[in-house]
Design a protein around this ligand. Structure first.
Ligand SMILES: NC(=O)c1ccc[n+]([C@@H]2O[C@H](COP(=O)([O-])OP(=O)(O)OC[C@H]3O[C@@H](n4cnc5c(N)ncnc54)[C@H](O)[C@@H]3O)[C@@H](O)[C@H]2O)c1
Length: 254
């Protein structure tokens, strides 16, 4: 199976910690050059330094992944520093809890701006560059299981994640003639710095996940690497759920 990323340049957003960092680290370990974005400059610099210390090629690109001019600067930087953009991973996403009655226009806008607008325009900007390069490429969106199943307090977030999965299907039309694949990953509960803040997270998700535990960031990174590798070159427009079986069964009545 070909999962070699030598001579490939990847851009990944929101990768200072969590799932994005795990994907960036794994890509660099397998030979990719990574432009690592995070809104938090210190997190971006630390993450890039950690990957470099482990022998990977990685450069930090701090900035707001929902800002369209900044997205263009990320693509331009990848090209000027490394010569190409071959993989674009729109990982940055925010979760703001609140039901339909308490959601404000401001929180709605914030979630939509990053989760949908940032992902949409990263796909557009990276694919324009891939089109000019004439050697294909891969785009990956970060969805969620709540793009498939309702979850209390996440009406806007779940809507954006379902939207990303539809966007992956839609972009098949424009990207396939260019040899660009576009897919989504839908992680279930995943242990990250953020989710580990909640002491009930592991016990609850271990009980209700058929595989008996929440995902690790490596579980998600493994799926991501497959979907941006030559091994998945005929897979496009798809969403891969990585949730230990959670969305396959209803929660038992206990
Ligand atoms: N952790 C989970 O359980 C889980 C489950 C399903 C889906 N997801 C999705 O996976 C992705 C990564 O989730 P996570 O939990 O690892 O991330 P996270 O919430 O821990 O955030 C990762 C990084 O994103 C950065 N970030 C926030 N806003 C940004 C912006 N505007 N521009 C650039 N960077 C920004 C943060 O500074 C942070 O370092 C998200 O899209 C999330 O919705 C996560």
């Amino acid at each position: 199976m070909n999962t070699d990323f030598t001579n490939k340049t990847a851009i990944i957003t929101g990768a200072g910690i969590g799932i994005g960092f795990a994907i960036a680290k794994a890509l660099a370990q397998q030979g990719a050059t990574v432009l690592l974005n995070d809104h938090d400059e210190q997190l971006a610099e630390n993450a890039a330094a950690t990957i470099q210390q482990a022998g990977g090629m990685c450069e930090a690109m701090p900035g707001d992944a929902s800002d369209v001019p900044f997205i263009q600067r990320m693509v331009d930087t990848a090209v000027s520093r490394f010569g190409s953009v071959d993989i674009a991973i729109a990982n940055a996403g925010i979760t703001i809890f609140g039901d339909i009655f308490t959601t404000t226009p401001e929180s709605f806008q914030k979630i939509v701006d990053l989760n949908l607008r940032g992902s949409f325009f990263l796909a557009q900007t990276a694919a324009r560059q891939m089109r000019a390069q004439r050697k294909g490429g891969s785009v990956l969106f970060m969805s969620s299981v709540v793009g498939h199943l309702g979850h209390p307090g996440l009406p806007v977030y779940s809507m954006t994640k379902a939207g990303l999965e539809m966007l992956a299907k839609q972009l098949v039309i424009d990207f396939s003639p260019l040899g660009i694949t576009v897919n989504a990953i839908a992680p279930g509960a995943t242990l990250t710095e953020r989710t580990l803040d909640d002491p009930t997270y592991i016990p609850i998700w271990s009980r209700i996940t058929p595989m008996g535990r929440p995902a690790t960031v490596e579980d998600i990174a493994n799926a991501a690497l497959f979907l941006v590798s030559p091994a998945s070159r005929h897979i496009t427009g798809q969403s891969l759920v990585v949730d230990g079986g959670w969305t396959s069964v209803g929660i038992p009545p206990v």
